[in-house]
Design a binder for this molecule. Structure first.
Ligand code: NAP
Length: 281
């Protein structure tokens, strides 16, 4: 018997989130509050510039004000920290996003830690991460939040399942592992030093791919009927999972593009709106 794979349609999930946000933004505007996201870009990395532009356009489409601060390649940690502190003190700003990576002379961790927790809509501060891990965070990192949202929308239960997360970055692998654990999955987090990765993935009811290597997770490793969520986004619109082969084995799978990516942006918008709503309550 072969399992019929269902495509997890991230674009459709993102559109539903954005429709809801338009209503919420309209009611905030009635109270004379316009949600506002400031994105800080340091240097001239072309992919970062594209991401920042995409996020800005998405903001405008739901009525969120977006502002970009573009700092030069040779910006010091001190200047960046000062810029963030000014935004922390600006009551018209509800969310702050520091696009990473930043140039190597900048202390990225210090810059992240400077973001006020109530404006940390991208979930990059250690306090935000800690709260997410403990189960009461307001703004988890956006890609992990997107993965959980997709599962919720398709009524995919984590409880009692074995989730295997491949990747342990602070913005993706680690927080998504924590969110799955909080939903009573049994979680295995794999990384570059994991021995026999394939044997771990083969046991997974839920596979989360967060590696950053095109088609790194082979379809052959995927257990029959497993749910596959691919956060990977590599050059040429290729995910971290060998899509065609994995789709033949899985019960549900996210495409790349059109899976986790659009929902990640929608979660950023949602967090910004929530941050604005909190200022009027
Ligand atoms: P990252 O910081 O480079 O982390 C990659 C992780 O993969 C690390 O934990 C690393 O392990 C692990 N890894 C590397 N080689 C491995 C191997 N051979 N076997 C097992 N694990 C291995 O990347 P990231 O920021 O988490 O991003 C991961 C992917 O998600 C990228 O494709 C990125 O573009 C994508 N992404 C997408 C979105 C979105 O909006 N859709 C947002 C963020 C990221 P070590 O810790 O041992 O080095």
């Amino acid at each position: 018997m072969t399992i019929e794979t269902k495509i997890l349609d991230g674009k459709a999930v993102a559109n539903r989130i954005k429709e809801d946000l338009k209503t919420r933004v309209a009611s905030l505007k009635e109270k004379e509050v316009t949600p506002s996201l400031v994105t800080i870009l340091v240097g001239d990395d072309p992919s970062s510039e594209t991401y920042v532009r995409m996020k800005g356009n998405a903001c405008e489409r739901v009525g969120i004000t977006s502002k970009k601060i573009h700092l030069p390649e040779d910006t010091t940690t001190e200047t960046l920290v000062q810029t963030i502190e000014e935004l922390n003190n600006d009551t018209s700003v509800h969310g702050i996003l520091l696009q990473h990576p930043v140039p190597s002379q900048v202390d990225e961790r210090l810059a992240f830690e400077t973001i006020a927790i109530e404006k940390d809509v991208d979930g990059v501060t250690s306090a935000g991460y800690g709260q997410t891990a403990l189960g009461f965070g307001t703004f988890p990192s956006c890609t992990p939040a997107a993965i959980m949202k997709i599962m919720e929308e398709y009524d995919i239960q984590a409880e009692g399942k074995h989730a295997v997360v491949v990747g342990r970055s602070p913005i993706l692998g680690k927080p998504v592992s924590a969110l799955l654990l909080n939903q009573n999955a049994t979680v295995t987090t794999c990384h570059s030093r994991t021995a026999d990765l394939a044997s771990h993935v083969r046991q997974a009811d839920i596979v989360i791919a967060a590696v950053g290597k095109p088609e790194f997770i082979k379809g052959d490793w995927v257990k029959e009927g497993a749910v596959v969520l691919d956060a990977g986004y590599n050059k040429g619109n290729i995910g971290d999972v060998e899509y065609e082969a994995a789709a033949r084995k899985s019960s549900y799978i996210t495409p790349v593009p059109g899976g986790v990516g659009p929902v990640t942006i929608a979660m950023l918008l949602k967090h910004t709106v929530i941050a604005a709503e909190k200022t009027v309550r």
